[in-house]
Design a protein around this ligand. Structure first.
Ligand code: OXD
Ligand code: MN
Length: 587
């Protein structure tokens, strides 16, 4: 039975049912009874496997098709009316042409199958930040994951009422054809379509599709921001909590930073870090003129390999109940899961992510490098008490970062908002040996939004500049780099919990509590102002971590100019002025 009387929603769902022709339609009401029945059915159908109920209560393992293990950027489309509005960083197809293709591909897609209707909310239900949507899917796996990653069910329909501003989403598994995948966004219709995939980042539509690509369009139109950012709170020994949001490209430790455990000395002194979110922030200007952030998600879709009690105990603990693991290894003797980097004792006998027997002497990976856990946020030991606050948390600092062996120093602060937008727009990360292709190649990833910005990137920069004018009390904007290497290629900075030392400086700067050095690229700490107590790092080493090599930066400026040229005359003049200033400072 339908859970809403919303005429626009019912009309659209009827239209999709007429196209896909399901045998039956089931509305997901969010009740434990219904979810439990679906889990049982999914176990019976072999879609998920129940794990040891004592060691991992409520946890399940799923394996995807071997060709369906990651987001497919080359199959991801922004179908706005005009190609130039999608910009040079997005794939585009004319909406009419794409709808025609979808109609052909989805005709009868649900024949012999069930259409699940998932009402879901991004953001706490009823919050001024919240946006509602429906995802139609023929995948129980998607239903169960959406239940972890978003708030779902009757309460969403009740909050939506008759409002027609909901996001429409259609997901059809089809044959999971490797070359037939389409992850499509129609910003003008608030519609998302995912075809031929069952991988989280493509089909848990609340995440990248809605909360970033569609929401970046909504934010531009409505005067707010949808960003690929973690949100964390730093509690000082006086008990005050100050919040920052931070954007990093993938493989730069976003989840680790969001759940950071401070060094022992800091813990003893009373410092604590609270996680509000690990991937996405929606930001709005509050009545007091500050910028407020909400994490629109309800769970963590984290990369499993490398997650351990050492690297990120909070993340690992989050996965110990009510979690769905995807493409990790099954430890057959204990009916639990394992992945590379969890510990140094791989199971003697396992089933690998492809479903084949695996032993530690084999030279294949037990877990796929992009294997994932979908864990409820409320499992996280350091989840912020403000996680459900409908008004969000006030952001005092915005941090950008990337992986740079030499160029970017450990930390610097932009001079003002516009300079900060410039710093975000030139974000870049060097490719690692872990990925195919050349190592050390700089890939620009503005604000870590390269694959997620749902419109022209240069218009997005303009939106950042425009937002700055609306924020009376602007957060300060910083850039960090945890990945500087020495001449032998070893990381100099220890990273992980020790990043706290830099965050503390950032917060002092955000509250004008400490001086800085004015350098060619922005404000930097005096070497004595980064606490090194308990670290095996000398002041000289720290000085070199903070160093700015002008020759390298002149090269960098050249690269930025070339990069900006891709966006033609759309690049905001404020950013070109910042680039001019940088070049001048480097003379
Ligand atoms: C993610 C991503 O899964 O950024 O969060 O790819
Ligand atoms: Mn992400």
């Amino acid at each position: 039975m339908a859970l809403t009387n919303n005429k626009a929603a019912l009309a659209w769902i009827d239209k999709m049912a007429a196209l896909t022709k399901p045998d039956q339609t089931i509305w997901i009401d969010g009740s434990e009874a219904q979810l439990d029945a679906l889990r049982k059915q999914a176990v019976e159908e072999g879609i998920i496997k129940e794990l040891d109920p004592e060691k991992l209560p409520g946890c399940y393992l799923h394996r995807t098709d071997v060709n369906d293990v990651a987001r497919v950027e080359d199959r991801t489309f922004i179908c706005c009316e005009k190609e130039e509005d999608a910009g040079p960083t997005n794939h585009w197809m004319a909406p009419a042409e794409m709808y025609k293709k979808i109609d052909e591909m989805c005709d009868g897609a649900y024949t012999g199958r069930t259409m699940y209707v998932i009402p879901y909310s991004m953001g706490p239900i009823g919050s001024p930040f919240a946006k509602y949507g429906f995802e139609l899917t023929d995948s129980i796996y998607v239903v169960l994951n959406m239940n972890i990653m978003t708030r779902i069910g009757q309460a969403v329909c009740d909050a939506l009422g008759d409002d027609e501003g909901f996001i429409k989403g259609l997901h059809c598994q089809l044959s999971l054809d490797k070359d037939g995948k389409y992850i499509v966004h129609f910003p003008q219709d608030n519609t998302i379509v995912s075809l031929n995939s069952n991988y989280g980042g493509n089909v848990l539509q609340g995440k990248k599709c809605f909360a970033l690509r569609i929401a970046s369009n909504l934010g531009r139109a409505e005067g707010w921001m949808a960003e690929h950012m973690l949100i964390l709170g730093i509690q000082n020994p006086k008990g005050e909590i100050r919040y920052l949001s931070a954007a990093f490209p993938s493989a730069c430790g976003k989840t680790n930073l969001a759940m950071l455990i401070p060094p022992e000395g800091y813990q003893k002194a009373g410092w604590k870090v609270w996680c509000v979110g690990d991937d996405i922030a929606w930001l709005r200007v509050g009545a007091d003129g500050r910028l407020y952030a909400v994490n629109p998600e309800y769970g963590f879709f984290g990369v499993a390999p490398g997650t351990s009690m050492k690297s990120n105990p909070n993340a690992l603990i989050s996965t110990q109940r009510d979690t769905i693991f995807t493409n990790v290894a099954l430890d057959t003797s204990t009916n639990t899961v394992w992945w590379e980097g969890m510990n140094k004792t791989p199971p003697a006998h396992a089933i690998d992510w492809k479903g084949n027997p695996w032993t530690p002497d084999m030279d294949t990976k037990a877990a796929h490098p992009n294997s994932r856990f979908t864990a409820p946020a409320k499992n996280c030991p350091c989840l912020s008490p403000e996680f459900e606050n409908p008004q969000g948390v006030p952001i005092s600092a915005i941090v950008f970062g990337g992986r740079r062996a030499k160029t970017a120093p450990l930390v610097y602060q932009s001079r003002d908002w516009n300079h900060g937008v410039f710093v975000g727009s030139i974000m870049a990360s060097e490719t690692t040996a872990a990925a195919a292709g050349a190592v050390g190649v700089v890939r620009r990833d503005p604000m870590a939004m390269l694959p997620f910005c749902g419109y022209h990137m240069a218009d997005y920069w303009q939106h950042w500049l425009d937002m700055g004018k609306k924020i009376a009390h602007q957060p300060k904007i910083f850039n960090v780099n945890w990945f500087r290497t020495d001449d032998e290629g070893h990381f100099i900075w220890p990273g992980f919990g020790d990043n706290m030392r830099v965050l503390v400086w950032i917060m002092k700067r955000a509250f004008d509590e400490i001086d800085a050095v004015d350098t060619a690229i922005g404000y930097q700490p005096k070497a004595e102002d980064i606490d090194l107590e308990g670290l095996d790092i000398s002041r000289e080493t720290l000085q070199s971590l903070l160093g700015v090599d002008k020759d390298l930066w002149r090269e960098e400026a050249k690269g930025i100019r070339e990069y900006y040229a891709k966006f033609g005359d759309k690049v905001p003049k404020e950013l070109l002025a910042e680039l001019d200033k940088l070049e001048n400072n480097l003379k």
